[in-house]
Every structure is written in C-alpha cells, then in structure tokens.
Design a protein around this ligand. Structure first.
Ligand SMILES: *[C@@H]1O[C@H](CO)[C@@H](O)[C@H](O)[C@H]1NC(C)=O
Ligand SMILES: *[C@@H]1O[C@H](CO)[C@@H](O)[C@H](O)[C@H]1NC(C)=O
Ligand SMILES: *[C@@H]1O[C@H](CO)[C@@H](O)[C@H](O)[C@H]1NC(C)=O
Length: 503
C-alpha cells in the first residue's frame, strides 16, 4: 500500500468513528410464513420450542397489537417492502404463481432501495414471492438487493409428494401444486438446484445469512439482511438439527429449525461485534393456515386465521431487538409492517421515497417507549376491490367489520365464521368490537342507547371514506395471468415439462 492510500485509510477510519457520529445501524428483518399470533413460546404457546425468539422477546420489545396488511402472502410482502398497501402496487387479488406474468412493479421503492444510496450492503434470503416473470425480471436483485438466495415463491408451489421433508426419508405431507415445475433454489438469477433439497435448505439459508453479516461487518459496511423464511408454511420440513426435537410434531420441528437460524444470526452479530448497532425486527406475513389442522399454526386467543380479515388473519407476533437502544418490554401500541420502511429510513437517515406512503415511523415506540403515530389499521380482503372497499377498520381500540367472510385457509376449526362456507356478509351497522376488552371478537357491541358508540361509528365511517377516496388502485399484477413457459426451469429447452426440470 502506498502512502496516499494509507493516509486515506487512516482518514476514513477517523471519519467513521469520530467526526460524523456513530456508524449507521444495520438492519435484520425476519419475516415468518403463516406463523400465527399464538405460535411462539413468548406469545404463550405451551409446547412450541422457540428459545432464540423468546430470547429476542425477553431482551427486546414485544408487540401485542401489530398488523400485517393482508391475510395472504404476496400482498403482505409487497406492503412490508414498500410501506404501502398492496392495492397501490397492484399485488392483488390473491398471490403470485411460478408462471405469473406480473410482479411487484420495478418502479416501487423497496426498503433495500431506500438504503442503497447510503452505501448499505443488501441481501435477501428465503421466500421472495413478489414475482419471477420473463427472464426473472421481478427477482430481488431487480429491487435493490445485491444478493439473493432462495425459492422465489412458496415451497408448496410445485409437486412435493415424492420429495423428502424430514430425515431419513419422510415424504412431504400432501401433494402440493402438482401441475407446476418442482421448486427451484436460486442464487441471484440462476437456478442452482431443482427440486430443492428440503433437508439441507435451512442450513444453506443460515450459512448465507451469517456469511453476509460477517463479510459486511468485516468491511465495516452497514447492511440490510431480509430473511423471509419458508417456515412454518405447509408442507413443514426440517433437517436433522430440528427433526423430532420439538413436542409439537412437524409444525414444531419446522418452527424450531427456523428458531435455530435466528440463534445463528444473533451469534454472528455478537461475534462480529455489531450486535449493539443492529436492529433485528421479527414478524410474520399473515395468520395461521388453520385448514392444516394440527399441522397448521395457531392464532392464540384471536378469531380465525389466514385468508380472513378477523384478527387471527392479520394480527401478528412482532419483536424489535436492539440491545442498548431498545429497552426490554411489551408494547400495546398500534403498529404495522407498513411502518417498517419509514422507521428504517429514519434510523438510517435515508430519504423517503417520493410516493404516497401508508406507513408512519415508529422510532418513538422503539427507543422511547412512546406513543404510536398510527391511529388506524385498514383491513382489505384477499381480493380487494374499489366496489367493496375495506372489509374492516380499526380505530384506536375499536374495530368495525363492514363485511365478513370465511376462507378455505381457515376452515376446520369449530368456529363456523372462519370456514369457506361462511359466505360474504355485509354488516350495516357494522359489527363493532372493543379489542382491548374482547380481542377474540366474540361479543359485538350493542349500539342501543349508546350515543357515544354511534358517534364513534360515524367517525369511523368518515375515516373510512377519506381513506378510500385517497386510495388509487394500481393495475392488478396478478390479474395479468399465468404463462406456463415463464415457470423457472433449470434446463429450459428440455421436454416433457414440467417433470424434466431437474438439475
Ligand atoms: C409505476 O408505473 C405505473 C405505470 O406507468 C404507474 O401507474 C404507477 O403509478 C407507477 N408507480 C409508482 C410508485 O411510481
Ligand atoms: C411420484 O412417484 C410416483 C411413484 O413412483 C410416480 O407415479 C409419480 O409420477 C411421481 N410424481 C411426481 C410429481 O414426480
Ligand atoms: C453491547 O452492549 C452491552 C451493554 O449494553 C455490553 O455488555 C456488550 O459487551 C456490548 N457488546 C458488544 C459486542 O459491543
């Protein structure tokens, strides 16, 4: 090294440690799949084994009133990464498929794109589910992530009956999507393995995540790691490190394997000395898939689950962990996945995207145990439309349901309101619940002789009208349909498809 570069090195080390304040914080965002409000030990599940998530909760801030924006996967992810309701970006109705023509529009700004101009290293590992598209044009590397490793959609979106989900050779439960190509494992835009080996998948993810942390920390580069896990979505799987080790069967083993990765991530943050300068945020994409019965998740005290706009469909476990900055505790403040982009942006000192955002920043909740800037939460169904608008709205502690409907994903519990046969029902006046007194939405409030509640409903109606007037629906990406030729195949010219796509 010559003298000039030595001097430069010396100056740059000076500038980062003294003159321009503390180094910008790192962010680790962990997003579980189909994990319900009642599934973690720290949220009261009696037999789940989640020592590392419980450790995050004990040393961090645990939310009781945290919401995702959709009771299904792709829209919930779109809102998480953009800070905007999925209706704006067009990620509706339902979810994207391997051959979907659409995807998260490239002109949407993701958290990774917010951080990139500040010199952050960015990586995504796990389940993307925001589109694949022609030549992989919707993959994470096109949305601000330097690197990606994972399955670009749900791991049941390909035939699975002959695949091994638990050692030594326990086949996956159920058929999964028999018509599609087997699920691929991608590194950036290249298919590395098809079908994926479920027994080794979590190991690969964990190694990728910890290597990324270690490499970035060694370079002194701030980083953003986005880890949307496949756990605990159907079909559950786990390698030898977790299989058979929980009291809760396949679901518990999958959850334990996920929890082990959280532990590895925390260890990497500790070993590299960046743990005190890193915000770790954990939450889940939507409620539990109750139709899988004891192999599905658990909504705890909440009503129904995945696919519905009841609390079980959209209220999620959430934990913010940042030793020395976030005081351990529990918060009942209202917050949402929408708020993560503005919060990260504030903490990093980044510019907000110049678009209509639905998120509000929550640094006061995190670092001062302060009040939420969020007063409302909007509940869109899996197939939002301008005609029906919101199905429900939460204002403060009250929630009004304008429409209710069950869902196949939530069938099989004794509650008849959750199942697919509970068809769309309009409520006028809306069904009104006090979620502080009745988080299970069991007892609609009677309006008779209650002018205060009638006035509240009037206010909620105005809030709803105002919000709906401000909502510009983006062109539906999912309605663009499916082209089977777009399904990722490691051997694109092979026949007969899809069974020849194996590498
Ligand atoms: C992205 O482009 C589409 C099509 O031109 C447009 O309708 C939409 O408003 C744009 N979105 C953003 C966030 O700029
Ligand atoms: C699974 O294995 C059975 C029996 O060998 C075979 O008939 C079937 O075609 C296989 N299915 C897939 C999707 O590979
Ligand atoms: C983080 O801060 C705690 C005190 O809050 C301290 O005990 C610990 O050594 C710090 N860890 C690192 C890696 O700096």
């Amino acid at each position: 090294m010559d003298l000039a570069s030595l001097l430069l090195l010396f100056l740059s080390s000076l500038c980062c440690s003294c003159c321009f304040g503390a180094a910008p914080p790192n962010f680790v965002l962990v997003f579980a799949d189909d994990l319900g409000f009642g599934d973690l030990g720290c949220y009261g599940h009696p037999t789940s084994l989640t020592p590392n998530l419980d450790r995050l909760a004990a040393g961090g801030l645990r939310f009781t009133d945290f919401y995702c924006t959709s009771p299904v996967c792709s829209p919930s992810r779109a809102a998480l990464l953009t800070g905007r309701y999925q209706t704006r970006s067009g990620i509706y109705p339902g979810v994207l498929y391997p051959g979907s023509i659409g995807g998260l529009p490239l002109n949407e700004t993701t958290i990774a794109e917010v951080l990139k101009p500040l010199g952050y290293a960015t990586a995504a590992v796990g389940k993307w589910h925001l589109g694949f598209g022609a030549n992989g044009k919707f993959l994470p590397t096109k949305q601000g992530f330097d690197q990606y490793m994972g399955i670009p959609y749900s791991h049941d979106m390909g035939p699975c009956q002959n695949l091994t989900c638990f050692p030594p050779d326990v086949k996956c439960f159920g058929l999964c999507d028999v018509g599609a190509v087997t699920v691929p494992l991608m590194y950036n835009d290249v298919i590395k393995q098809q079908p994926v080996d479920f027994l080794d998948l979590e190991n690969k993810y964990s190694d990728f995540a910890t290597n990324f942390i270690t490499t970035s920390a060694k370079k002194n580069q701030p980083f953003f790691l986005y880890y949307p896990s496949h756990h605990t979505h159907y079909p559950q799987y786990a390698g030898p490190g977790a299989a058979g080790k929980s009291l809760r069967g396949p679901f518990g083993d999958a959850l334990l394997e996920f929890d082990n990765t959280i532990g590895n991530i925390l260890t990497a943050l500790e070993k590299t000395g960046v743990i005190n300068n890193t915000l770790v945020f954990f939450t889940s994409d939507n409620g539990p898939e109750l139709m899988r019965m004891s192999r599905g998740g658990n909504a705890g005290p909440l009503k129904c689950g995945k696919g519905t706009t009841y609390e079980g469909g959209m209220r999620e476990p959430a934990i913010a962990y940042w030793p020395g900055t976030i005081k351990p505790g529990v918060t009942h403040e209202l917050a949402s996945t929408l708020d993560i982009l503005p919060t990260i942006s504030t903490l990093a000192g980044a510019k907000l995207p110049q678009v209509m955002l639905d998120g509000v920043e929550m640094t006061e909740i995190l670092v001062q145990q302060g009040k939420s800037k969020r007063e409302t939460m909007m509940f869109y169904p899996t197939d939002p439309s301008e005609r029906f608008g919101l199905f429900a709205l939460r204002l403060g502690k009250y929630k009004a349901h304008y429409y209710t409907r069950g869902a196949s994903h939530s069938s099989t519990t004794p509650d008849k309101d959750c199942e697919i046969f509970a068809v769309l029902k309009a409520h006028d006046p809306p069904l009104l619940f006090d979620l502080e007194l009745d988080p299970s939405e069991n007892y609609p409030l009677s309006l008779e002789g209650k002018p205060d509640l009638q006035a509240l409903l009037e206010r909620m109606k105005r809030v709803k009208q105002q919000f709906e007037a401000s909502m510009v629906f983006g062109q539906s990406q999912i309605s663009k349909g499916i082209d089977r030729n777009l399904e990722p195949c490691c051997n694109p010219q092979c026949t007969p498809k899809p069974s020849c796509c194996r590498c």
